[in-house]
Design a protein around this ligand. Structure first.
Ligand code: NAD
Ligand code: ZN
Ligand code: ZN
Length: 347
C-alpha cells in the first residue's frame, strides 16, 4: 500500500509498504480517506523525537472500516470512523479511571517505539487496536473533513481548556496560533469565553485568529504580558493555554496569568526541565496543568459540537493535497506557509 514514510531529518517520501492485517479479535482495519499533518509530526520531522527511518508517519485520520476482528460487534465494513491519535485498551487501571492518555497498553500512531510502535495513519490502511475503544462512528451528516479534527487537535485544545478549569466568561490567552491554538480560540469562544487573546509571531496566523474572533498579539512587536493585562483591566488572563511547547512560552504563560489564574500547557517539547518561577507562582496562587491529550474523554462531546455546526474547524484547512504530495505538504507546513494540510489518501 502507499504511505508517507519517514526517511531521516526533514526527509519524508511516499512509497510502498506492507499493508497491515487483523492481528487480534479487537483489531479493525480502516481505509483512510483523509489524513492530517500535525505540529506533532514536525517534532519527528525535525528529529527531535527519535523515529526509525522507514516508519509510516501520521496520527490524524478519517475513513471507512475495511475489516473487523471477530470480537468487534458494533463496527462493520464501510462504517465511517474517526479515532483519537492515541490508542487505549479500555480495561487497564488508568483507562478504568478515564485517564486514557496514560493507558498501560497505549501508544500514538506513527510515533515510534517510545509510543507503542504503531504504524502511522498517513497511509491507505491503518490497523486500529482495541477498536471498540479507539474508533467512533461519524454522526449522520457530519462531513469527514470536519470530523477529522475530533481525533486530535480540536479535542486536544478542548481538553486543554477543561484541564485549565475553563469557565464561561473567562478571559483566555492562547499562546501559539498554529492549528492547535486556533482550535483553542474556536472552542473557547463556543464555550462562552468573554475574550480570547492569541500570541504568535506569524502575521498571517494572527490574522486567522482575528478572523475567528480573537485579539491578535504579536509576540515580538509588542510586550505580550503588558498587552494581555491591558486587555483584562490590568489583571492578566484568567486562563492561559500554552500551545507552542518549550521553556520560553511556558515562562510567558506563567508570567501572564492573573493572580489566582490557571495555566494549561498542551505544547510538546523535549526539554527535560524548565525554570519554574517558584516564588511568584506561590504568591500568585496559580494552577498549572501539563499533559498529553486525553482525546477519548472529550471526543463524543466534540463530535456533537461538530455535528451541530457550533464548531467548524475545517475553516483552517489551507491545503488539501494528494497523498503523493505529502513531502511538499510537510515542507510547506514546516515553513509556516501552510496553516493546516490534509492529505487526500483515497480520491
Ligand atoms: P505549529 O507548529 O503549527 O504551531 C505552533 C505555533 O507557535 C506557530 O504558529 C508558531 O509561529 C508559534 N510560536 C513559536 N514560537 C513562539 C513564541 N515564542 N511565541 C509565540 N508563538 C510562537 O503546531 P500545532 O499543530 O499548532 O501544535 C502546537 C503544539 O501542540 C505542538 O507542540 C504540538 O506537538 C502540540 N500538540 C500537543 C498535543 C498533546 O497531546 N498535548 C496534541 C497535539 C498537538
Ligand atoms: Zn497531533
Ligand atoms: Zn488502558
Amino acid at each position: 500500500m502507499r504511505a508517507v514514510v519517514f526517511q531521516g531529518k526533514e526527509q519524508v517520501a511516499v512509497g510502498e509498504v506492507p499493508p497491515p492485517s487483523i492481528q487480534h479479535p479487537l483489531d479493525a482495519l480502516v481505509r483512510v480517506h483523509l489524513a492530517g499533518i500535525c505540529g506533532s509530526d514536525l517534532h519527528l520531522y525535525h528529529g527531535k523525537i527519535p523515529l526509525p527511518p522507514g516508519s509510516v508517519l501520521g496520527h490524524e485520520f478519517v475513513g471507512q472500516v475495511e475489516a473487523v476482528g471477530e470480537g468487534l460487534v458494533d463496527l462493520k465494513p464501510s462504517d465511517w470512523v474517526v479515532g483519537p491519535f492515541h490508542v487505549a485498551c479500555g480495561t487497564c487501571r488508568y483507562c478504568r479511571r478515564g485517564q486514557f492518555n496514560l493507558c498501560e497498553r497505549g501508544g500514538v500512531y506513527g510515533y515510534g517505539p517510545m509510543f507503542g510502535n504503531l504504524q502511522g495513519a498517513q497511509a491507505e490502511l491503518l490497523r486500529v487496536p482495541f477498536a471498540q475503544v479507539n474508533l467512533r462512528k461519524l454522526p449522520p451528516g457530519l462531513a469527514p473533513e470536519r470530523a477529522l479534527f475530533a481525533g486530535d487537535i480540536l479535542s486536544t485544545a478542548y481538553g486543554g481548556l477543561l484541564n485549565g478549569r475553563f469557565q464561561p466568561g473567562d478571559r483566555v490567552a492562547v499562546i501559539g496560533a498554529g492549528p492547535v491554538g486556533l482550535m483553542a480560540v474556536e472552542a473557547a469562544l463556543a464555550l462562552g469565553a468573554s475574550k480570547v487573546m492569541v500570541i504568535d509571531k506569524v502575521e498571517e496566523r494572527l490574522r486567522r485568529a482575528e478572523a475567528l474572533g480573537a485579539i491578535p498579539i504579536h509576540a515580538e512587536r509588542e510586550n505580550p504580558v503588558r498587552r494581555a493585562r491591558a486587555e483584562t483591566e490590568d489583571e492578566g488572563p484568567d486562563l492561559v493555554l500554552e500551545a507552542v511547547g518549550g521553556p520560553a512560552t511556558l515562562a510567558l504563560a506563567l508570567e501572564m496569568v492573573r493572580p489566582g489564574g490557571r495555566v494549561s500547557a498542551v505544547g510538546v517539547d523535549n526539554a527535560p526541565t524548565f525554570p519554574f518561577p517558584l516564588a511568584s507562582a506561590l504568591v500568585k496562587d496559580i494552577s498549572f496543568h501539563i499533559g498529553l491529550a486525553n482525546v477519548h474523554r472529550h471526543i463524543d462531546s466534540v463530535l456533537n459540537l461538530l455535528a451541530s455546526g457550533k464548531l467548524q474547524p475545517e475553516r483552517i484547512v489551507s491545503h488539501r493535497l494528494p497523498l503523493e504530495e505529502a513531502p511538499q505538504g510537510y515542507a510547506l507546513f514546516d515553513r509556516k506557509e501552510a496553516l493546516k494540510v490534509l492529505l487526500e489518501v483515497r480520491r
